[in-house]
Design a binder for this molecule. Structure first.
Ligand code: NAD
Ligand code: UDP
Length: 325
């Protein structure tokens, strides 16, 4: 049977993950409508797609209703890095909650499936390790991360209530730390920070003692998981963890990046931000079983590709100052 071409809405389409998802959906033969307010996303992330007949980019804030006609929705719009989501915390919660309401309303009117980009942050500073989907989390509702964590938790609640109350076809992906080309160089996330610092020959900033753990998924793997989840039968709603279960300390990440870049950067220690989770690693048994999915890209390969991206970007911007010799 031939592939059915769909018109797919990607909110946050000009962001890091969104731009890769738009690319993948175009490769799969679909029409793609990217909707973004360009708060953290950049036009250059999708500039190479603008000449494509099946691609359209719209500037719009999803805290306002969106009257479009599409066949599927991936709801990714939301700043994802702590610096950006804490910049205007009220707007962050509005984006998650009002954005979810508007996307769910659209999906209800059009009777189409809608996928929510949720997050491992719904587990907060987890007391269960690795994190399974049945774990309800340990989130501080009044801390600096709450605008994001609680916004995303409320969005999950709304998705499930629309599902139970209106029979909506929903899919919830709980995304764990993802990295790759087109991360924002200044968004403060650990992979982009360390790579940029190493390339510039600046000290690598370890928060706390760098003993906290994370597990890093390459963006192409994540996007494949999202597309597989959207393609599941209606009974599959998630939430389902998507991430790479290869857990390392932040210090090991720093040393690995220094090594790969061949940098002379030193390590410096900075205070650990409030509510920073001490450990995080996904249990991806469900994704393996239900989606037949698991990450393919090894950390070293993914980091090499990401380093090459930032190297190009900094060179173009004339900021690549490090002497590697
Ligand atoms: P990103 O900041 O690069 O992308 C988010 C995009 O949403 C940006 O293009 C931004 O301009 C847009 N946006 C923000 N508020 C908007 C609004 N009100 N209306 C319209 N557009 C808006 O972040 P990302 O890493 O690509 O994350 C994408 C999604 O995946 C987010 O929902 C995030 O919560 C989720 N996620 C990402 C990670 C990760 O490690 N990258 C981990 C967990 C969850
Ligand atoms: N981190 C760090 N140095 C940096 C940026 C981040 O040590 O320059 C740490 C941060 O404290 C956290 C981890 O790296 O423990 C991952 O941070 P990130 O902001 O990428 O994502 P999080 O998983 O906290 O949402």
């Amino acid at each position: 049977m031939g592939m059915v071409r769909k018109r797919v809405l990607v909110t946050g389409g000009a962001g890091f993950v969104g731009s890769h998802l738009c690319e993948r959906l175009l490769q799969d033969g679909h029409e793609v409508l990217s909707v973004d307010n360009y708060f953290t996303g950049r036009r250059q992330n999708i500039a190479h797609l603008l000449g494509e007949r099946r691609f359209e980019a719209m500037r719009h804030d999803i805290t306002d209703p969106l009257p479009v006609e599409v066949d599927e929705i991936y709801n990714l719009a939301c700043p994802a890095s702590p610096i950006h989501y804490q910049f205007d915390p009220v707007q962050t919660t509005k984006t998650s909650v009002l954005g979810a309401i508007h996307m769910l309303g659209l999906a209800k009117r059009l009777k189409i499936p809608v996928l929510q980009a949720s997050t491992s942050e719904v587990y907060g500073d987890p007391t269960v390790h690795p994190q399974v989907e049945a774990y309800h989390g340990n989130v501080n509702p009044i801390g600096p991360r709450a605008c994001y964590d609680e916004g995303k938790r409320c969005a999950e609640t709304l998705f499930f209530d629309y599902h139970r109350q209106h029979g909506l076809r929903i899919k919830i992906a709980r995304i764990f730390n993802t990295y790759g080309p087109r991360m924002h160089p200044d968004d403060g996330r650990v992979v982009s920070n360390f790579i940029v610092q190493a390339l510039m020959g600046r000290p690598i900033t370890l928060y706390g003692e760098g003993r906290q753990t994370r597990a890093f998924c390459f963006v192409a793997d994540l996007v494949d998981g999202l597309v597989r989840l959207m393609g599941t039968l209606d009974i599959v709603t998630g939430p389902i963890n998507l991430g790479n279960p290869h857990e390392i300390t932040v210090r090991t990440l720093a040393e690995t990046v220094i090594d790969l870049v061949g940098s002379r950067s030193s390590l410096v220690f900075r205070p650990l931000p409030a509510d920073d989770p001490r450990q995080r690693c996904p249990d991806i048994s469900q994704a393996r079983e239900v989606l037949g999915w698991q990450p393919r890209v090894q950390l070293l390969d993914g980091l090499r590709q990401t380093i090459a991206y930032f190297d190009r970007l900094l060179t173009e911007q004339g900021e690549r100052a490090v002497a590697l010799a």
